[in-house]
Design a protein around this ligand. Structure first.
Ligand code: FDP
Length: 350
Protein backbone atom coordinates (compact mmCIF):
# COMPACT_ATOMS: atom_id res chain seq x y z
CA UNK A 1 0.00 0.00 0.00
CA UNK A 2 1.45 3.34 -1.02
CA UNK A 3 1.74 5.93 1.76
CA UNK A 4 2.97 9.48 1.83
CA UNK A 5 6.12 8.48 3.67
CA UNK A 6 7.04 5.96 0.90
CA UNK A 7 7.28 8.76 -1.66
CA UNK A 8 10.61 8.91 -3.53
CA UNK A 9 12.78 12.01 -3.03
CA UNK A 10 11.63 15.03 -4.95
CA UNK A 11 13.49 16.03 -8.10
CA UNK A 12 13.50 19.80 -8.57
CA UNK A 13 11.46 21.05 -11.51
CA UNK A 14 13.86 23.15 -13.53
CA UNK A 15 12.23 25.99 -15.38
CA UNK A 16 13.98 28.76 -17.23
CA UNK A 17 12.71 32.31 -16.64
CA UNK A 18 9.75 32.82 -18.91
CA UNK A 19 9.45 29.10 -19.66
CA UNK A 20 5.84 27.98 -20.03
CA UNK A 21 4.92 24.65 -18.46
CA UNK A 22 1.38 23.36 -18.83
CA UNK A 23 -0.08 21.04 -16.22
CA UNK A 24 -0.08 18.22 -18.79
CA UNK A 25 3.64 18.57 -19.35
CA UNK A 26 4.33 18.79 -15.64
CA UNK A 27 2.35 15.61 -14.93
CA UNK A 28 4.11 13.84 -17.80
CA UNK A 29 7.57 14.94 -16.56
CA UNK A 30 6.71 13.61 -13.11
CA UNK A 31 5.44 10.33 -14.58
CA UNK A 32 8.66 9.73 -16.51
CA UNK A 33 10.52 9.83 -13.18
CA UNK A 34 8.67 6.58 -12.37
CA UNK A 35 9.46 4.18 -15.22
CA UNK A 36 7.05 1.53 -13.85
CA UNK A 37 4.10 3.93 -13.71
CA UNK A 38 1.10 2.79 -15.77
CA UNK A 39 -0.02 6.36 -16.44
CA UNK A 40 -3.36 5.84 -14.70
CA UNK A 41 -2.71 8.35 -11.95
CA UNK A 42 -1.51 10.86 -14.56
CA UNK A 43 -4.72 10.34 -16.52
CA UNK A 44 -6.76 10.95 -13.35
CA UNK A 45 -4.85 14.17 -12.73
CA UNK A 46 -5.53 15.40 -16.29
CA UNK A 47 -9.21 14.76 -15.70
CA UNK A 48 -9.08 16.72 -12.43
CA UNK A 49 -7.68 19.66 -14.43
CA UNK A 50 -10.49 19.27 -16.98
CA UNK A 51 -13.14 19.19 -14.25
CA UNK A 52 -11.59 22.29 -12.68
CA UNK A 53 -11.84 24.11 -16.00
CA UNK A 54 -15.48 23.11 -16.53
CA UNK A 55 -16.51 24.20 -13.03
CA UNK A 56 -14.47 27.40 -13.30
CA UNK A 57 -16.35 28.33 -16.47
CA UNK A 58 -19.70 27.95 -14.68
CA UNK A 59 -18.57 29.73 -11.50
CA UNK A 60 -17.51 32.74 -13.57
CA UNK A 61 -21.04 32.91 -14.96
CA UNK A 62 -22.64 32.88 -11.49
CA UNK A 63 -23.02 36.67 -11.48
CA UNK A 64 -25.00 36.47 -14.72
CA UNK A 65 -27.86 34.69 -12.96
CA UNK A 66 -30.32 37.48 -13.81
CA UNK A 67 -29.42 37.13 -17.44
CA UNK A 68 -28.98 33.37 -17.73
CA UNK A 69 -31.75 32.36 -15.33
CA UNK A 70 -32.08 31.22 -11.70
CA UNK A 71 -31.28 27.66 -10.66
CA UNK A 72 -34.33 25.51 -11.34
CA UNK A 73 -35.65 27.84 -14.05
CA UNK A 74 -35.44 27.25 -17.80
CA UNK A 75 -32.86 29.22 -19.75
CA UNK A 76 -33.20 30.79 -23.15
CA UNK A 77 -32.17 27.53 -24.84
CA UNK A 78 -34.93 25.69 -22.98
CA UNK A 79 -32.46 23.90 -20.67
CA UNK A 80 -33.02 23.69 -16.93
CA UNK A 81 -30.46 25.79 -15.06
CA UNK A 82 -28.73 23.69 -12.41
CA UNK A 83 -27.62 24.86 -8.99
CA UNK A 84 -23.85 25.33 -9.14
CA UNK A 85 -23.08 22.73 -6.49
CA UNK A 86 -25.25 20.18 -8.34
CA UNK A 87 -23.50 21.10 -11.58
CA UNK A 88 -20.06 20.67 -9.97
CA UNK A 89 -21.06 17.33 -8.45
CA UNK A 90 -22.37 16.04 -11.81
CA UNK A 91 -19.27 17.30 -13.51
CA UNK A 92 -17.01 15.16 -11.30
CA UNK A 93 -19.26 12.11 -11.68
CA UNK A 94 -19.62 12.39 -15.46
CA UNK A 95 -15.90 12.92 -15.96
CA UNK A 96 -14.80 10.03 -13.77
CA UNK A 97 -17.47 7.32 -13.96
CA UNK A 98 -16.06 5.88 -17.20
CA UNK A 99 -12.51 5.36 -18.37
CA UNK A 100 -11.82 2.28 -16.28
CA UNK A 101 -9.58 4.04 -13.75
CA UNK A 102 -11.87 4.14 -10.69
CA UNK A 103 -13.80 1.45 -8.88
CA UNK A 104 -15.90 3.84 -6.75
CA UNK A 105 -16.33 7.48 -5.79
CA UNK A 106 -17.71 9.42 -2.86
CA UNK A 107 -18.87 13.02 -2.77
CA UNK A 108 -19.63 15.45 0.00
CA UNK A 109 -22.93 15.99 -1.82
CA UNK A 110 -24.02 12.33 -1.84
CA UNK A 111 -25.08 10.22 1.14
CA UNK A 112 -23.80 6.91 -0.21
CA UNK A 113 -20.90 5.51 -2.22
CA UNK A 114 -21.12 6.44 -5.93
CA UNK A 115 -20.73 3.20 -7.93
CA UNK A 116 -19.18 2.94 -11.38
CA UNK A 117 -22.03 2.04 -13.80
CA UNK A 118 -21.91 -1.67 -14.65
CA UNK A 119 -21.45 -0.95 -18.38
CA UNK A 120 -18.00 0.52 -17.62
CA UNK A 121 -14.87 -1.22 -16.40
CA UNK A 122 -13.66 -0.80 -12.82
CA UNK A 123 -10.11 0.38 -12.14
CA UNK A 124 -7.56 0.46 -9.32
CA UNK A 125 -8.33 3.82 -7.70
CA UNK A 126 -11.06 5.61 -5.77
CA UNK A 127 -11.83 9.34 -5.88
CA UNK A 128 -13.40 11.37 -3.08
CA UNK A 129 -14.40 14.99 -3.60
CA UNK A 130 -16.15 18.05 -2.30
CA UNK A 131 -17.33 19.46 -5.63
CA UNK A 132 -18.03 23.05 -4.54
CA UNK A 133 -16.79 23.91 -1.09
CA UNK A 134 -17.91 27.22 0.43
CA UNK A 135 -20.85 27.44 -1.94
CA UNK A 136 -22.88 29.60 0.48
CA UNK A 137 -20.47 32.38 -0.58
CA UNK A 138 -21.09 32.15 -4.27
CA UNK A 139 -23.73 34.85 -4.62
CA UNK A 140 -21.37 37.35 -2.98
CA UNK A 141 -18.64 36.68 -5.55
CA UNK A 142 -16.37 35.20 -2.87
CA UNK A 143 -13.83 32.50 -3.74
CA UNK A 144 -15.04 28.90 -3.61
CA UNK A 145 -13.29 25.68 -4.56
CA UNK A 146 -13.27 21.95 -5.25
CA UNK A 147 -11.27 19.57 -3.03
CA UNK A 148 -10.34 16.01 -4.06
CA UNK A 149 -8.44 13.01 -2.89
CA UNK A 150 -7.27 9.80 -4.61
CA UNK A 151 -6.49 6.41 -3.00
CA UNK A 152 -5.48 3.07 -4.45
CA UNK A 153 -8.28 0.55 -3.95
CA UNK A 154 -7.98 -1.98 -1.13
CA UNK A 155 -10.22 -4.71 -2.49
CA UNK A 156 -8.84 -6.89 -5.27
CA UNK A 157 -11.23 -6.34 -8.18
CA UNK A 158 -14.82 -5.67 -9.24
CA UNK A 159 -16.94 -2.79 -8.00
CA UNK A 160 -15.40 -0.77 -5.16
CA UNK A 161 -16.86 -0.99 -1.66
CA UNK A 162 -16.85 1.12 1.48
CA UNK A 163 -13.61 -0.64 2.43
CA UNK A 164 -11.93 1.16 -0.47
CA UNK A 165 -13.28 4.55 0.59
CA UNK A 166 -13.07 4.55 4.40
CA UNK A 167 -9.37 5.29 4.74
CA UNK A 168 -6.62 7.06 6.65
CA UNK A 169 -5.38 10.24 4.96
CA UNK A 170 -1.87 8.83 5.12
CA UNK A 171 -2.85 6.38 2.38
CA UNK A 172 -3.74 9.10 -0.15
CA UNK A 173 -1.71 8.85 -3.35
CA UNK A 174 -2.72 12.33 -4.50
CA UNK A 175 -4.80 15.22 -3.21
CA UNK A 176 -5.48 18.80 -4.11
CA UNK A 177 -7.90 21.59 -4.69
CA UNK A 178 -9.00 24.10 -7.28
CA UNK A 179 -9.76 27.58 -6.01
CA UNK A 180 -12.09 29.71 -8.12
CA UNK A 181 -11.04 33.20 -7.13
CA UNK A 182 -9.69 36.30 -8.82
CA UNK A 183 -7.96 33.67 -10.90
CA UNK A 184 -8.54 29.91 -10.93
CA UNK A 185 -5.69 27.93 -9.39
CA UNK A 186 -5.12 24.19 -9.16
CA UNK A 187 -2.86 23.04 -6.33
CA UNK A 188 -1.92 19.38 -5.93
CA UNK A 189 0.46 16.89 -4.42
CA UNK A 190 1.30 13.28 -5.17
CA UNK A 191 3.43 13.04 -2.02
CA UNK A 192 6.39 14.82 -3.57
CA UNK A 193 5.85 18.43 -2.56
CA UNK A 194 3.09 20.80 -3.62
CA UNK A 195 2.73 22.44 -7.01
CA UNK A 196 0.37 25.23 -8.08
CA UNK A 197 -0.97 26.11 -11.55
CA UNK A 198 -2.95 29.14 -12.64
CA UNK A 199 -5.59 28.90 -15.34
CA UNK A 200 -5.00 31.16 -18.32
CA UNK A 201 -8.63 31.49 -19.46
CA UNK A 202 -7.65 32.86 -22.86
CA UNK A 203 -6.03 29.56 -23.84
CA UNK A 204 -7.87 27.27 -21.39
CA UNK A 205 -4.65 25.88 -19.90
CA UNK A 206 -3.39 25.56 -16.34
CA UNK A 207 0.18 26.94 -16.38
CA UNK A 208 2.81 26.26 -13.74
CA UNK A 209 2.89 29.35 -11.52
CA UNK A 210 3.92 28.05 -8.07
CA UNK A 211 6.59 25.33 -8.57
CA UNK A 212 7.41 24.33 -4.99
CA UNK A 213 4.89 25.67 -2.54
CA UNK A 214 6.07 25.92 1.05
CA UNK A 215 4.05 27.25 3.97
CA UNK A 216 6.08 29.69 6.14
CA UNK A 217 7.28 28.07 9.41
CA UNK A 218 5.31 30.67 11.36
CA UNK A 219 2.69 33.23 10.38
CA UNK A 220 0.76 36.04 12.05
CA UNK A 221 -2.75 35.31 10.80
CA UNK A 222 -5.37 33.19 12.52
CA UNK A 223 -8.52 32.13 10.73
CA UNK A 224 -11.69 30.77 12.32
CA UNK A 225 -15.34 31.67 12.82
CA UNK A 226 -15.00 33.68 16.00
CA UNK A 227 -18.75 34.16 16.15
CA UNK A 228 -18.83 30.78 17.89
CA UNK A 229 -16.55 31.96 20.71
CA UNK A 230 -19.14 31.27 23.40
CA UNK A 231 -19.62 27.76 22.01
CA UNK A 232 -15.90 26.95 22.02
CA UNK A 233 -14.40 24.87 24.81
CA UNK A 234 -12.16 26.67 27.37
CA UNK A 235 -8.95 25.39 25.73
CA UNK A 236 -9.88 27.06 22.41
CA UNK A 237 -10.90 30.30 24.13
CA UNK A 238 -7.60 30.34 26.02
CA UNK A 239 -5.69 29.87 22.77
CA UNK A 240 -7.63 32.76 21.19
CA UNK A 241 -6.88 34.98 24.21
CA UNK A 242 -3.20 34.11 23.77
CA UNK A 243 -3.27 35.05 20.06
CA UNK A 244 -4.87 38.39 20.87
CA UNK A 245 -2.49 39.39 23.68
CA UNK A 246 -0.08 42.25 23.06
CA UNK A 247 3.45 40.81 22.98
CA UNK A 248 5.54 42.33 20.16
CA UNK A 249 8.43 39.88 20.87
CA UNK A 250 6.30 36.96 19.67
CA UNK A 251 4.46 38.96 17.02
CA UNK A 252 1.20 39.12 18.95
CA UNK A 253 -1.55 40.14 18.58
CA UNK A 254 -2.08 38.19 15.36
CA UNK A 255 -4.39 39.39 12.60
CA UNK A 256 -7.71 37.67 12.02
CA UNK A 257 -8.89 36.70 8.52
CA UNK A 258 -11.89 34.47 7.84
CA UNK A 259 -13.48 34.14 4.42
CA UNK A 260 -15.76 31.26 5.46
CA UNK A 261 -14.80 29.25 2.40
CA UNK A 262 -12.34 26.55 3.46
CA UNK A 263 -10.47 26.35 0.16
CA UNK A 264 -9.85 30.09 0.13
CA UNK A 265 -8.88 30.24 3.83
CA UNK A 266 -6.51 27.27 3.48
CA UNK A 267 -5.04 28.65 0.24
CA UNK A 268 -4.25 31.96 1.95
CA UNK A 269 -2.76 30.10 4.92
CA UNK A 270 -0.55 28.06 2.58
CA UNK A 271 0.77 31.23 0.93
CA UNK A 272 1.03 33.62 3.90
CA UNK A 273 1.39 31.25 6.85
CA UNK A 274 -0.52 31.21 10.13
CA UNK A 275 -3.31 28.89 11.15
CA UNK A 276 -6.74 27.90 9.82
CA UNK A 277 -9.05 26.33 12.38
CA UNK A 278 -12.49 24.85 12.62
CA UNK A 279 -12.50 23.71 16.25
CA UNK A 280 -14.99 21.52 18.06
CA UNK A 281 -17.85 23.45 19.66
CA UNK A 282 -20.29 22.53 22.42
CA UNK A 283 -22.94 22.26 19.68
CA UNK A 284 -20.74 20.24 17.31
CA UNK A 285 -18.19 18.39 19.48
CA UNK A 286 -16.88 16.53 16.40
CA UNK A 287 -16.30 19.76 14.47
CA UNK A 288 -18.05 20.66 11.21
CA UNK A 289 -15.66 19.89 8.39
CA UNK A 290 -15.54 16.44 6.80
CA UNK A 291 -12.57 14.16 7.25
CA UNK A 292 -12.60 12.53 3.81
CA UNK A 293 -13.53 15.48 1.60
CA UNK A 294 -11.93 18.42 3.40
CA UNK A 295 -9.59 17.56 6.27
CA UNK A 296 -7.49 14.70 4.84
CA UNK A 297 -6.77 16.18 1.40
CA UNK A 298 -5.94 19.61 2.83
CA UNK A 299 -3.81 17.98 5.55
CA UNK A 300 -1.77 16.16 2.89
CA UNK A 301 -1.24 19.46 1.04
CA UNK A 302 -0.22 21.25 4.26
CA UNK A 303 2.21 18.54 5.35
CA UNK A 304 3.71 18.27 1.88
CA UNK A 305 4.25 22.05 1.96
CA UNK A 306 6.14 21.69 5.25
CA UNK A 307 3.23 22.60 7.53
CA UNK A 308 1.17 20.67 10.04
CA UNK A 309 -2.44 19.50 10.34
CA UNK A 310 -4.07 18.26 13.54
CA UNK A 311 -7.45 17.61 15.09
CA UNK A 312 -6.04 19.24 18.23
CA UNK A 313 -5.35 15.78 19.61
CA UNK A 314 -3.84 13.81 16.73
CA UNK A 315 -2.38 14.15 13.26
CA UNK A 316 -5.29 14.40 10.80
CA UNK A 317 -3.59 11.99 8.39
CA UNK A 318 -3.66 9.29 11.10
CA UNK A 319 -7.43 9.41 11.57
CA UNK A 320 -9.08 6.27 10.22
CA UNK A 321 -12.44 7.05 8.59
CA UNK A 322 -15.33 4.94 9.83
CA UNK A 323 -18.11 6.84 8.09
CA UNK A 324 -18.24 8.58 4.70
CA UNK A 325 -19.37 11.84 6.25
CA UNK A 326 -17.37 11.77 9.47
CA UNK A 327 -16.33 15.19 10.79
CA UNK A 328 -13.19 16.28 12.63
CA UNK A 329 -11.96 19.45 14.32
CA UNK A 330 -9.22 21.07 12.23
CA UNK A 331 -6.06 23.06 12.99
CA UNK A 332 -3.76 23.42 9.98
CA UNK A 333 -1.06 25.70 8.65
CA UNK A 334 2.41 26.81 9.74
CA UNK A 335 4.16 24.25 11.91
CA UNK A 336 4.90 26.59 14.83
CA UNK A 337 1.36 27.94 14.94
CA UNK A 338 -0.30 24.53 14.80
CA UNK A 339 2.08 23.16 17.43
CA UNK A 340 1.09 26.01 19.74
CA UNK A 341 -2.63 25.41 19.13
CA UNK A 342 -2.21 21.71 19.91
CA UNK A 343 -0.43 22.60 23.16
CA UNK A 344 -3.47 24.61 24.22
CA UNK A 345 -6.00 22.05 23.03
CA UNK A 346 -4.21 19.18 24.78
CA UNK A 347 -3.88 21.12 28.05
CA UNK A 348 -0.05 21.39 27.97
CA UNK A 349 -0.55 25.18 28.00
CA UNK A 350 -3.49 27.23 29.12
P1 FDP B 1 -20.07 26.18 3.27
O1 FDP B 1 -20.92 25.79 4.44
O2 FDP B 1 -20.33 27.56 2.74
O3 FDP B 1 -20.05 25.15 2.14
O4 FDP B 1 -17.71 22.88 4.77
C1 FDP B 1 -18.33 23.89 4.18
C2 FDP B 1 -17.89 25.29 4.59
O5 FDP B 1 -18.55 26.24 3.83
C3 FDP B 1 -16.38 25.57 4.48
O6 FDP B 1 -15.97 25.87 3.19
C4 FDP B 1 -16.19 26.72 5.42
O7 FDP B 1 -14.87 26.81 5.92
C5 FDP B 1 -17.17 26.41 6.52
O8 FDP B 1 -18.17 25.54 5.96
C6 FDP B 1 -17.86 27.65 7.04
O9 FDP B 1 -18.64 27.32 8.14
P2 FDP B 1 -19.18 28.42 9.16
O10 FDP B 1 -20.23 29.19 8.39
O11 FDP B 1 -19.76 27.65 10.29
O12 FDP B 1 -18.05 29.30 9.57
Amino acid sequence: MSTITDAPPKAPIVTRPGEIVTIERHILDRQTEHPDASGTLSALLYDIALTGKLISREVTKAGLVDILGEAGSTNIQGETVQKLDDFANDCFIKTFDHGGRLCAMASEEEDELIPIPSKFECGDYVLLFDPLDGSSNIDANVSVGSIWSIYKRRTESGPGTLEDLLRKGLEQVAAGYVVYGSSTMLVYTTGNGVTGFTLDPSIGEFLLSHPEMAVPKKGKIYSLNEGYRNLFFDSTRQYLDYLQQNDPDTGRPYSARYIGSMVADVHRTLLYGGIFMYPATKKAPGGKLRLLYEASPMAMIMEQAGGMASTGKERILDVQATDLHQRVPIYMGSEENVREAVEFESGVRG
